[in-house]
Design a protein around this ligand. Sequence first.
Ligand code: CMP
Length: 137
Amino acid sequence: MSERTLVLIKPDGVARGLTGEILRRIEAKGYTIAELKKVQASSEQLAAHYAEHEGKPFYQPLVDFMLSGPVVAAILEGERVIEGFRSLAGTTDPTTAAPGTIRGDLGRDWGEKVQKNLVHGSDSVESAEREIGIWFS
Ligand code: CMP
C-alpha cells in the first residue's frame, strides 16, 4: 500500500546548494514528490515538529539551527517510502553514515553543537501524518 512521508531539506542543505542533488536522488530512487515548497520555519512549527526532543541537550541548538535559514519541505509518496527515504538519508551522524547515502556522501561534522545532517524524514506512518500536518496545513 502506498505511503506518504515528510521530508525536510534542512538549512545546511539549502545553504550549500544541495537541494537539487537531494531531490535528484529521491526521484532517481523512484519516489513521487507530491508537494514541494521552500519555507522559513517558525518557532511554533519547530516546537511541534521536535516535541519529542524537548529537554534534550541538543534541543535548543537544533531549533536555532532550523531557524537559521529556509528549509525545503516535501511530501513523498510510494510503497514503503518511509523506510526507503530513511535508507536513502543514512544514519543520523553524517561522519559515519554509509557512503552512498545522502548524509554519508554529502555531510560531515562541522565542529558545532548540532548535527547538521542535511535532511529529515518521518520515522513512522503516525509521525508522517502528524508532520505533514505541521508543514502542509
Ligand atoms: P533528525 O533525526 O532529523 O532529528 C533530530 C535531530 O537532532 C537530528 O536529526 C540531528 O540533527 C539532531 N541531533 C540528534 N542527536 C544529536 C546529538 N546527540 N547532538 C546534536 N544534534 C543531534
